[in-house]
Ligand binder design. Sequence first.
Ligand SMILES: C[S@@+](CC[C@H](N)C(=O)[O-])C[C@H]1O[C@@H](n2cnc3c(N)ncnc32)[C@H](O)[C@@H]1O
Length: 298
Amino acid sequence: MNYTPDQIRDIVATFQAPDRGRYPELDGYARDELYEDCSGGGGLYLAAEMVRTMRLQPGDIVLDLGCGKGVASLFLAQRFGVQVIAVNLWTPAAFLDHKFTARGVRDRIIPLHLDVTCELPFAEKYFDAVFCMNSFSFYGGSLAFLRHLLKHVKPGGGLCIGSEVLTDEFTPEQLELPPYVYAFRLPPPDERVDVFEEDFKKQHTPRWWRELFESSGLLDVEHCRVGRCRPALRRDDATRTRARRRFIQRPDLPGTEGMGPRPPSQEVAVRPHGSQEAERRPRGAVRCPLNALLARSP
Ligand SMILES: C[S@@+](CC[C@H](N)C(=O)[O-])C[C@H]1O[C@@H](n2cnc3c(N)ncnc32)[C@H](O)[C@@H]1O
């Protein structure tokens, strides 16, 4: 079953708009611009929440890790006067270069197309801060990765991650037979359907991330703010289906400000499964926003 445009409109109408007055950093952005080209929940509201923890100074060199279409890179460079290295795997650097040039910030944001799990082409202790929105879980959940990344961060520099998180760790049964996952049909230039069940299984609770960061001995966790969750966000309830369909990833419900709706123009489909399999699948862990987890290298 596919949601019709009218049904999507009805769902969107239930979204609660965040209070713009609480986000002066976002003055001047039109509502659609806050979510446009963001590939995760929250849009620039999440970026604003994250930046508040970071104590950025003009001229700082910031790594935007897994920058997607560069929306947060632009926000960082334009609103905070920092230099940004925007690295990403799925979006071509040419797309980002074109975008940053068109916005007049080519001298302040350098786009790089690279896999961040491979050797990184930066000097040691190079970055004042690492900003990572809706991306860290794809590759960052190991001590080895933290060591690999943090050698490039200055002493006292910060690593800030923000994203959806789980309220409970997946059980072994859920990992064996995961709750439904999204398949994204990305808009051009990334037009393709991408199922990421394996990536979904890499998601964790804020507590898990905190413990990983602390156990590294490389970071002190300074701040961990988690949004409230609502039962309506149960992933399996929201996505139970047997056919591919259009699906709004998650509404911006009361108490979850900072986790905005995906723009209706972005098509998000659910992986097709048989209905019997749907019933066998364990219930999914509730997901909620992690507004910011900031850790500093001592
Ligand atoms: C959900 S998107 C978030 C993009 C962007 N930060 C945002 O919030 O709109 C996840 C991003 O992680 C990036 N990513 C995933 N694995 C990566 C890897 N191994 N190296 C570099 N980037 C990676 C993808 O290219 C993608 O843009």
